[in-house]
Each structure stands twice: as C-alpha cells, then as structure tokens.
Design a binder for this molecule. Sequence first.
Ligand SMILES: NC(=O)c1ccc[n+]([C@@H]2O[C@H](COP(=O)([O-])OP(=O)(O)OC[C@H]3O[C@@H](n4cnc5c(N)ncnc54)[C@H](O)[C@@H]3O)[C@@H](O)[C@H]2O)c1
Length: 324
Amino acid sequence: MRVMVVGGAGYIGSHMCKMLAEHGHDVVVCDNLSTGHAEALHWGRLVHCRLSDSVTLDQVFSAARFDAVMHFAADSIVSDSVADPLRYYRNNVAETIALLEVMRRHDVNNFIFSSTAAVFGEPTQTLIDESHPVQPINPYGKSKVMVEQILGDVVATGVLRAVALRYFNAAGADPSGLIGESHNPETHLIPRILRKATGEALDFGVFGEDYPTADGTCVRDFVHVSDLCSAHLLALEFLGHNAGFHTFNLGNGQGYSVRQVLDATQQVIGRKMTVPVYAKRKGDPARLVASSEKAYNIMGWAPLYPDIHDIIESAWKWHLSPRY
Ligand SMILES: NC(=O)c1ccc[n+]([C@@H]2O[C@H](COP(=O)([O-])OP(=O)(O)OC[C@H]3O[C@@H](n4cnc5c(N)ncnc54)[C@H](O)[C@@H]3O)[C@@H](O)[C@H]2O)c1
C-alpha cells in the first residue's frame, strides 16, 4: 500500500515509517518539522509543509494515489494547551480538517488517527476501556475529542473509514537505536529520567508519594512505541474490511508506578540515582491504566514488549547515542 504518514518526523511517526517500510509499504511523510526531526526520516520521502498547505498537498495527492493516511501530527504538551488553547485548537483541529478536505478532494478514504488517554479526563474505573466516559479536562484532550467527533460525522457521510487509536504513555525506542524519543522540552517520565542519567542538567523529581497506590506514587500505562506501530498496521488491515468509525484504547496491559519505573531504570543503567520528591501536581490522577481488550479481541493486537525493563532498555540504548 502507499501510506501518507502525517507527522512522520516525530517520535511515534518515525517508528511507524520504519515499520511500514519493513512491511513493504510505500511511505510519504508530510511534516512541518515543528517538533519533528528530518534526521529521523530514513524511510520515505519528506514533504516539508504544514497540513493546511493545500497547494503542496494537492500536488502530492495528485501525483500518487494513497491507500491510507496515518495522522500523528499534533501539539501535545498539556500545560502548553492550557496556556495557549487557540494554538492547540488551530494545530490539532483546524489543521486536521484541512487534511481531511485534501483527502476528500482526492478520494482517499482510510484514516488512522493518533488519539490519547487524555480524552477520558479523570478516570472513573480502574481499567479504562472504550466505554469510559469521554470527559477531557484540558484543551489538548478536548482537541483530540473534537477530531474524533469530526471523524464520526465525516464517516457518517460515507466518504471515509476511520480508526482512532487512543494511546496511553508511549515509551521506548526502536531496537536498532537509530531512532528514538527526542522532544524539546521533554515532558515524558522515562526520557526525563534517562536524560538525567546521561548527565543532562535537568530538574527531575517524583511528584507526590502519598497517592492511594501500592507505593504511594502515580501509576501509568507505558506502551512500547513499536507496539503502538504494530497496532496501526493491524488497523490498516481492519479498515480494509470494516466501514465506520472505530476507537481502540492501547495500553500495556498493566500499569507501573513512578517508583517502579525508577527502580527498573536503576537496574537497566546499573547504578543508583538520587531523585528528590516534590509536592503533588494538581490534576494528576493516581492511576491511569488502559484496558486494551477491544484491540485484542477485534484486531488481534497484543504488546510484544510489555515488560518495563525492556521498554527502558530500548530507550536507554537510544539515549546513550541520540542522533538528533
Ligand atoms: N507520545 C505519547 O506518549 C503520546 C500519547 C498519546 C497520544 N499521542 C499522540 O501521538 C501523536 C504523535 O506523538 P509524538 O510524541 O510522536 O509527537 P511528536 O511531537 O514527536 O510528533 C509530531 C510530529 O508532527 C509534526 N507536526 C505537528 N504539527 C504539524 C502540522 N500542522 N503540519 C505538519 N506537521 C506537523 C511535528 O513536526 C512532529 O514531527 C500526537 O498526535 C500525540 O498527540 C502521543
């Protein structure tokens, strides 16, 4: 198949490009490099533009027929979305509408969207499945819900089939060490610990030790980036024989506490780290863990790298010699 990977120069998108190429698909990337890296692109041609550049995208869609679009492009820092909601609604919602319009003009009808656990807001059940109420508590989560709703409406007109994959915490890196997670600023737990471990002057601490969890620290669901990408391949296949709009939650199958992640990191890197404990942050739920039973039952998806040590090991390999 020929697949357009939008946001393919970013963390998850670049891993997707590699996996698609390894499975024999043709890859074209559309990315404005706002948070992505040209150096992450070894698989597929880069079209350097934003999604609302309809002149460039019309040319690209006229030159080649795409079987599907995978849409990873977004701004995704929750605190930034609170500080500047208009930027988030423009980049995450308005730019996606522009992309869907280009697809409609060129009769491209398969769409896989990177959604997020942030659509659920405060959890009301221990394992978050697709029936959990969608109640986002920040503009980032709301922007993703808006796109999901838009997709539902467009799909209802009969011109599109779409899957929204709601990732929990993407983590880890490709085993090759060629590509990995490189955000600036980095807000994610595992790369922050590892960057601290490589000697970067970065303030890292545990936020709160008195949550109602086994060791008092927050529990999160870390899912390996390659497992997220394999879910996209399955979603591509699924769209081939299923019309409609479908949502799937993608998590590891078990949660790990911040303390467990720290302990596992120390085992992987082979030394102790001194980590301060700070006050709890407002709005951090004690536990956020997915049920991915629907993805398992319907698409046959199961993570290959559920062990936190394997996830951290792959990320550590990348952090020891990051290329961008
Ligand atoms: N990383 C996670 O843990 C996580 C969890 C849940 C959901 N998600 C979602 O997954 C997707 C990918 O996340 P990531 O961590 O790889 O992010 P990233 O920032 O590394 O990648 C996003 C890519 O999109 C590009 N981009 C952004 N806006 C664009 C635009 N208007 N036009 C063209 N390109 C644009 C950026 O340059 C970048 O290459 C995002 O949609 C994010 O919301 C990520």
